[in-house]
Design a protein around this ligand. Structure first.
Ligand code: F6R
Length: 606
């Protein structure tokens, strides 16, 4: 995700800011930039090294702000990189987060004569502050007034060209930390870039603003109340800081899931109407309304997300869906008729098979859509329309948070289609309610992951696993098995539980355990029967059950409980313990969790 570093003090800011940007590289980014009031602004697409090469040798000044950008609005290009300024170049900002109402604000500012050079939501903030500054008593008043008009999330560092030495920081939803030094102060999106200079930090809370100079910092709330805060000492190592204190990126990314769900839904749910609003699909709204068939294509985890999508879309919107491995679809001579949509699901947006499958759909006249995490990636650019995940960069090779965000986007997509068709307002409300409860449900699951940490090592020497589920949790079984395979190198097969008697039951014995996904839903009783059949053949069962399901737990050897949710959203919760299970088994085996052998994060060759 984007990174912020800002400095004000007595030292020259250039090298400090560039060092800070290097320290933020681990977060993933596509472009970077910095601003020093006395010298100006420089931006570059690509690695921080490109920015370093672009900054003039003499770039003097003792305060400044800098940013690494991970695109969310607008492709990775210089005009979209931060810092952003208003059209008169008086106010300069770096921003993390998403401004939901930026389109309305942009329109309002355009009416007042402001012009824009980027496609970002962030540029609007600089212009809004500049607009308010025309009448406000001070820069900070202009900032406070502007923040009150923003909807969405932000971590902001703001400077004015005519007030070097002063930086204003503001936080709502996107973390910001102040680093308090000797006659110098820092602001950053996390402690990594500042901890080499000071260990004394203050984490800003949502709704707080700080005015920071080299010798002072004043914190207050949006309502104007002063906040007294004493710096705390951090004792992280740089390596730990990059992973947010976690041992592996995979663990960090699993722990980010509640926030990822919130970001994926941000601005996309209309609570009062029980509807979803997907800005990226507005241009194809009419075609969506008349869609007759949807073909979802993807690979690996993204394909499994598509399988869950099939249940969601068919049940909520009553549109026929087929899900196809992209590598098969592209060579299959598929039948594409009028009203067919080809929907590509891809975290990277660069997977060659998914891209080619989508292109094949386009050649044959289908409307092509993308559900993509990486903004500006090839699938995002080439699809007719689409929805971004907003999951932030996923660095661990095994997909975790991106899978969950794919499910959330597919749920929003199904809700959107459904409410445009036959889905009642009442059902829409119930579904939206269930969606908004998900982040806290995931937090509950995370708080009990110690149980999985305890039982996983008892399975660490197992050679083969079966994962079973039914209906929407059949794909969860496939995904759970894939996670285990890729990071622990253990053979695991995902099966529809209904298929057990048609073959796999023959393999069951005391050394061949089964992970059974059996939440209390419309197929719960059938799943319990499957569990009993396995138990009757001495098979060991680890069951994922709904909270309070004593009956199910009594039938399994090990059980993990997840909160109750809407049936079709249950894969979002059920997959979390399976991700942890794979993680802890891999940990027990001492394997390189973030970079499993033979695998790459982005598969751009066949
Ligand atoms: C598994 C995993 C892969 C990817 C697949 C598609 O954990 O990460 O199976 O899901 O390679 O990648 P994207 O989504 O980038 O198209």
């Amino acid at each position: 995700m984007c990174g912020i570093i800002a400095y004000t003090g007595k030292r020259q800011a250039k090298e400090l800011l560039l060092d800070g940007l290097r320290a933020l590289e681990y977060r993933g980014y596509d472009s970077a930039g910095l601003y020093i009031p006395e010298s100006g602004m420089v931006k570059a697409v690509g690695p921080v090294a490109s920015l370093v090469a672009a900054v003039p040798h003499e770039f003097l000044g003792t305060s400044g702000i800098a940013h690494t950008r991970w695109a969310t609005h607008g492709a990775p290009k210089e005009a979209n990189a931060h810092p952003h300024t208003d059209d008169l170049k008086k106010v300069v900002i770096v921003h993390n987060g998403i401004i939901e109402n930026y389109k309305e604000l942009k329109e309002m500012l355009a009416h007042k004569g402001h012009t824009f050079v980027s496609e970002t939501d962030s540029e609007i903030v600089a212009n809004l502050i500049a607009e308010k500054r025309k009448t406000a008593k001070s820069l900070v008043d202009a900032v406070t007034e502007s923040l009150k008009e923003l909807r969405g999330t932000y971590g902001l560092a703001i400077m004015a060209a005519d007030e070097p030495g002063t930086i204003i920081a503001a936080r709502m939803g996107s973390p910001l930390v102040l680093g308090i030094g000797e006659s110098e102060n820092f602001i950053a999106s996390d402690p990594t870039p500042i901890m080499r200079h000071t260990k004394n930090v203050i984490y800003l809370n949502d709704g707080e603003i700080a005015i920071v100079t080299g010798t002072s910092y004043d914190i207050f709330t949006l309502a104007g109340a002063s906040v007294a805060r004493v710096p705390e000492a951090i004792d992280w190592t740089v390596e730990a800081a990059e992973k947010g204190g976690y041992e592996h990126y995979m663990e960090k990314e699993m722990m980010e899931i509640p926030e990822v769900i919130e970001n994926t839904m941000l601005g996309r749910v209309i609570l009062e109407e029980g509807r979803a609003k997907l800005g990226g699909l507005i241009d194809v709204a009419e075609k969506l309304k008349s869609a007759k068939r949807i073909i979802i294509v993807g690979c690996g985890t993204a394909y499994y997300a598509g399988l869950v999508g099939e249940y969601l879309i068919e049940s909520l919107a009553r549109v026929p869906v087929e899900v196809e491995l992209a590598s098969e679809f592209r060579y299959r001579n598929p039948v594409i008729e009028e009203g067919t949509i080809v929907l590509a699901v891809s975290q990277s947006g660069e997977t060659i098979d998914t891209l080619e499958a989508m292109r094949e759909g386009k050649r044959r006249g289908a409307l092509t859509l993308g559900i993509v995490n990486v903004v500006g990636s090839t699938i995002a650019r080439e699809s007719d329309a689409g929805v971004y995940n907003h999951a932030g960069p996923e660095i661990g090779v095994a997909s975790t948070k991106a899978f969950v965000s794919q499910l959330v986007v597919l749920a929003l997509f199904a809700l959107h289609l459904g409410r445009e068709r036959e889905m009642s307002e009442e059902d829409g409300h119930a579904f939206v309610k269930a969606l908004t409860e998900l982040p806290n449900h995931v937090r509950t699951i995370q708080s009990t992951r110690g149980l999985i940490e305890k039982i996983a090592p008892t399975y660490a020497t197992t050679r083969d696993f079966l994962y079973i589920g039914r209906k929407q949790n059949y794909p969860t079984a496939l995904e759970g098995a894939l996670k285990l395979k890729e990071i622990s190198y253990v053979h695991a097969e995902g099966y529809s539980a209904g298929e057990m008697k048609h073959g796999p039951l023959a393999m069951i014995d005391k050394d061949f355990p089964t992970v059974a996904i059996a939440p209390q839903d419309s197929v719960y009783e059938k799943m319990v029967s499957n569990i009993e059949e396995i138990k009757a053949r001495s098979g060991r069962v680890f069951a994922i059950l709904t909270e309070g399901d004593v009956y199910g737990a009594e039938r399994a050897d090990d059980a993990f409980f997840i909160p109750k949710t809407h049936e079709y959203l249950s894969p979002i919760l059920a997959v979390i313990p399976l991700q942890f299970f794979a993680y802890y088994i891999s940990l027990a085996k001492g394997l390189p969790i973030d970079k499993p052998r033979n695998l790459a994060k982005s598969v751009t060759v066949e």
